[in-house]
Design a protein around this ligand. Structure first.
Ligand code: ASP
Length: 307
């Protein structure tokens, strides 16, 4: 059994505020990333390679709040967060608050494999990226007019917002989880965080256990939502812990975490998860979540709204 699930963020995603053109563009971007990841698995590649490649594709697409098209910080910059975890050996890598790195998820993987550390932040992460010959892009590459306008609405105020517009409040973070032919699980997440976020603010996405987690014995999880609440609920690991210590199914664990643990403290968002038998779950407490999945049993689905 091989399987991959991806997300492009959750939030107030309503049919009434979506144009057919926009909907098509999102579906195509999700389909492209899904295909890239699935092909790797089909060719015998690892879950780790599949999630990294799927995320790179989403990072390169300006529709999502990760890599190109990331939201603006309070100082008018982009501070990118990403993480990756290998369920085979519980190795993990994360980059927080990096500027200019084209594909932060690949930097996270290099941190996992080559730095001897789990997480590098800010200039230290950028210096490491340079030493590893990661591709850097200038501000123009990351610029997106829509994100810039979102920032203009909040600039010089104390508020910070999820990737939102007047009618929509959404989280454009991207994530992927996969199961490969050898039974290995992997998870990865990448984001620009929140519009007008403070210099140095780090959300859940690069935090192992909060935004991302993978353990071959149980499951792989990637999250999107109000990061501060996801950190406090240790969402990704909570799903895994429920399976490990409570014997819960993947489905029950995801529902408990999103609707009880996270919901009860006021957090909103969602997650994608896969267990070692290939069961998948795409759970959220918002109106919608950009999501897609494909497995070797013939399942293939791309969805945006709740139903
Ligand atoms: N979780 C991300 C953060 O708080 C935001 C998102 O999911 O879009 O940085």
């Amino acid at each position: 059994m091989i399987s991959i699930v991806i997300h492009g963020g959750a939030g107030t995603i309503l049919r009434s505020t979506m144009t057919p053109e926009k909907e098509k563009a999102y579906q195509e971007a999700l389909a492209t990333a899904l295909k890239i990841g699935y092909q790797i698995l089909e060719n015998g590649g690892s879950a780790l390679d599949a999630v990294e490649a799927a995320i790179c594709s989403l990072e390169n697409c300006p529709l999502f709040n990760a890599g190109k098209g990331a939201v603006f910080t309070a100082t008018g910059k982009h501070e990118l967060d990403a993480s990756i975890m290998d369920g085979k050996n519980l190795e993990a890598g994360a980059a927080a608050g990096v500027n200019g790195v084209k594909n932060p998820v690949s930097l996270a993987r290099l941190i996992m494999e080559k730095s001897g550390h789990v997480m590098l932040a800010g200039k230290g992460a950028e210096d490491f990226a340079k030493a590893m010959n990661c591709e850097f892009c200038n501000e123009d590459y990351f610029y997106d007019e829509f994100r810039f306008q979102q920032w203009q609405d909040l600039k010089d105020t104390d508020s910070f917002q999820l990737d939102h517009s007047k009618d929509e409040r959404k989280f454009g973070t991207v994530g992927a989880v996969a199961l490969d032919r050898d039974g290995n699980l992997a998870a990865a997440t990448s984001t620009g965080g929140m519009t007008n976020k403070r210099f140095g603010r780090v959300g859940d996405s690069p935090i192992i256990g909060a935004g991302t987690y993978a353990d071959n014995r149980y499951c792989a999880v990637s999250c999107t939502g109000s990061g501060e609440f996801f950190i406090r609920s240790v969402v990704a690991y909570d799903v895994c812990a429920q399976m490990q210590y409570g014997g819960n199914s993947l489905d029950d664990a995801c529902k408990n975490t999103i609707h009880k643990r996270l919901g009860e403290i006021g957090g909103d968002g969602g997650l994608i998860a896969i267990d070692n038998a290939g069961n998948i779950c795409m759970e959220f407490n918002t109106e919608g979540m950009y999501r897609a999945c494909k497995n070797s049993n013939g399942l293939e689905q791309i969805s945006i709204y709740e139903s």
